[in-house]
Design a protein around this ligand. Structure first.
Ligand code: HDD
Length: 684
């Protein structure tokens, strides 16, 4: 018999790495040190593997069960640790301890997500984004489980399973993944006009954020704040990104799905890794019953906003995310957010969507994390002490001492530890008069489905309106059942005649008769706060400029640009046809990325630093031409030196304010060139 492959492992084998001198010994889960992690136990060198091989069985057994069920919604997510700091205490409004003192810091864990796609799906589909924040306060965890859109598709939790079934991949064919552009979603929404407000937000640029760091967050529901004297106020919670809200355009987001599946996840991770910490302001819209009664809609209806022009935001704090998770599974995947996690000083309202959520999130964790003890997983455990009489259950990790597992008890009278007891300062539900008949109905005050989506449409710029109309044309073009498209058009006529006409024209369909609304829509005053473009932050912070160079390029031109961009808070990514090193005008330079693998969709602006020769050569390379023509079509700033002209011409770049020399690029790169769009794209 021959020696067999690497039978000498553990006795100085060629490649087996050993921790004999230093390092950590590899062991089984029960601590047995191992000498061989390469071979299973066999009967003879080439013989069958033995059942006795407990080491193989333990390793494979554990691997076989590494996956847990993904979240039924919001499966695809990315998260980070950080802190919330109170900047404007509000003890007169809420007794919540995290709002009690200026400068008070509370640790947080924030998870951002798409809704419809599975855990491995793309980052940039058109979708609502989840914005969930767990505050580890000194009076327990408060989970603000919100979205990047301030309203929700439905008014009553009983419709949630239907909504989600309709938007997820279709039941028989299991496609499309992470997309709302299909029959069942549009069938459902066209039959449910209460969805229209969230629908128009999702069809707008809000549905395709540029970065998780550039999204608003909203608590959506009206909540209550309660002060130390029991005085109540209503509140809506808002997160406002320091970098301003920024979005992709549709063609860009579709191409990003191929260029970088992890575009948002990578962006969040890399920003934190380079200490460019994402930050949001925390603002409250605080109002009372009198103001609530004066509004033409119900504050318990989660399909309605209260415009900031009516109830302005009061900024009381900020959140900074400054630490990436150490382990994706242990932290991000196992994190469990529960709208029912509130703290003294915050309370629920009777919003029927919120009321249903209070059950659903607790319930789902048993199926996802497998145990009622999911609160003991480190990311979910409060950072303040907690104690009660809940005992046992699967995966119990606490070793409780003594006999006090019931309450009340008098064990202290016998000198034993009686365990925890309620405290007078603990959480107490805000008292509220409730009377009425038991009814399975929808309140009439929830009956206006069109006024607020119309308000949203009217508040957009022309370019934003064109994006909404075009998104609807795109999505409805993917709807194969014509009666659904017709029904949607008849509904859009009630929402806004102009939108309906543009979508019908884009589809090449006639306008059907308008639907009959339950309540005639109102023309509410425009809210500029709703528009992204009207509130654009002209900044380089958080934005990345790609620099394309090739043989003979002048390194001093690249260095000057790099300096100008980084001093204004931006980052630079260099790209060349080869990454190993390019012979420059002087010396050799290595690029961060290779041209074919670094398309311009990944960046906010591009620079071309090329010799005439290189530009002519690259004009024959589809990747280089696409790099420039896409940047142009995606309304980005393009800075070019003189040598690059041939490539600009080949890519069809016509001069405009966004096309500049290299010196002008740092300023130009703070904007997108919306005016360019009508020259290069037929929008609805
Ligand atoms: Fe939900 C997850 C946000 C309505 C049931 N939801 C989930 C997450 C976010 C939201 C951000 C992911 C949390 C995480 O990162 O782990 N959901 C919302 C918002 C809603 C909303 C803003 C409306 C205002 N959700 C809603 C309703 C129901 C659910 C009405 C059920 C009746 N949501 C769930 C869930 C999930 C969830 C099935 C899946 C995973 C989880 O809870 O932990 O229970």
């Amino acid at each position: 018999m021959g020696k067999g492959y690497r039978t000498d492992i553990g006795k100085g084998g060629e490649t087996q790495q050993l921790a004999d001198k230093d390092g950590t010994a590899l062991t089984t889960n029960f601590g047995l040190p191992l000498s061989d992690n390469e071979n299973s136990l066999k009967a003879g060198e080439r013989g069958p593997t033995l059942l006795e091989d407990f080491i193989l069985r333990e390793k494979i057994f554990h691997f076989d069960h590494e996956r847990i069920p993904e979240r039924i919604v919001h499966a695809r997510g990315s998260a980070a640790h950080g802190y919330f700091v109170c900047t404007d205490p509000i003890p007169e409004i809420s007794r919540a301890s995290l709002f009690s003192k200026k400068g008070k810091k509370t640790p947080v864990f924030a998870r951002f997500s798409t809704v419809a796609g599975g855990a491995g799906s793309v980052d940039t589909p058109r979708d609502v984004r989840g914005f969930a924040v767990k505050f580890y306060t000194d009076e327990g965890n408060w989970d603000l489980v919100g979205n990047n859109i301030p309203v929700f598709f439905i008014q009553d939790a009983i419709k949630f399973p239907d909504l989600i079934h309709s938007v997820k991949m279709e039941a028989d064919r299991a496609f499309p993944q992470a997309a709302s552009a299909h029959d069942t979603f549009w069938d459902f929404v066209s039959l449910m006009p209460e969805t229209f407000h969230t629908l128009i937000w999702a069809m707008s640029d809000r549905g395709i954020p540029r970065s998780l760091r550039m999204m608003d967050g909203f608590g959506v529901h009206t909540f209550k704040l309660v002060n130390g004297d029991g005085k109540e106020s209503f509140v809506k919670f808002h997160w406002r990104p320091k970098l301003g809200v920024q979005s992709l355009i549709w063609d860009e987001s579709a191409k990003l799905q191929g260029a970088d599946n992890d575009y948002h996840r990578r962006d969040l991770w890399e920003a934190i890794a380079r200490s460019d910490f994402p930050e949001w302001e925390f603002g409250l819209q605080i109002f009372d019953q009198k103001q609530a009664d004066s509004l033409p809609y119900d504050i318990l209806d989660a399909t309605k906003i209260i415009p900031e022009e009516i109830v302005p935001l009061r900024v009381i704090g900020r959140m900074v995310l400054d630490r990436n998770p150490d382990n994706f599974f242990a932290e991000t995947e196992q994190s469990a957010f529960l709208p029912s996690n509130i703290v003294p000083g915050i309370d629920f309202t009777d919003d029927p969507l919120l009321q249903g959520r209070l059950f659903s999130y607790l319930d789902t964790q048993k199926s996802r994390l497998g145990t009622t003890n999911f609160h003991q997983i480190p990311v979910n455990a409060p950072k303040c002490p907690y104690a009660n009489m809940q005992r046992d259950g699967m995966m119990q990790t606490h070793i409780f001492k003594g006999r006090a597992n019931y309450e009340p008890n008098s064990l202290d009278e016998a000198g034993e530890d009686p365990g925890p007891r309620p405290v007078s300062t603990g959480f107490a539900t805000a008292p509220q008069e409730v009377e009425g008949r038991k009814l399975r109905v929808r309140s009439e005050s929830f009956g206006d489905f069109y006024s607020q989506p119309r308000l949203y449409w009217n508040s957009m710029t022309e370019s934003e309106q064109a994006h909404i109309a075009s998104a609807m044309v795109f999505e409805l073009s993917k709807v194969s059942l014509e009666h659904i498209r017709v029904r949607m058009l008849s509904q859009l006529r009630v929402l806004h005649e102009d939108l309906a006409k543009r979508v019908a024209a884009g589809l090449g369909m006639d306008l059907p008769a308008a639907a009959k609304p339950f309540r005639k829509p109102l023309d509410l005053p425009v809210s500029d706060a709703l528009s992204i473009q009207k509130n654009w932050h002209a900044t380089l912070q958080g934005r990345q400029v790609a620099v394309l160079f090739d043989e003979g390029s002048d390194p001093s031109e690249i260095e000057a640009l790099q300096k100008a961009v980084t001093t204004k808070g931006g980052t630079v990514f260099t790209i060349a046809p080869k990454v190993g090193g390019i012979a420059m005008k002087k010396g050799v330079m290595k690029a961060d990325g290779q041209l074919a693998g670094s398309p311009s969709v990944l960046f906010d602006a591009v620079a071309l630093v090329l010799t005439e020769e290189a530009a002519t050569r690259l004009s024959r390379d589809a990747a280089a031409v696409g790099f420039v023509s896409d940047a142009y079509a995606h309304l980005k700033a393009i800075g070019a030196n003189k040598g690059a002209q041939a490539l600009l011409d080949r890519a069809g770049v016509a001069p405009d304010k966004g096309v500049t020399d290299l010196a002008g690029l740092p300023k130009a790169a703070t904007a997108r060139y919306w005016d360019r769009e009508e020259k290069i794209r037929d929008l609805a």
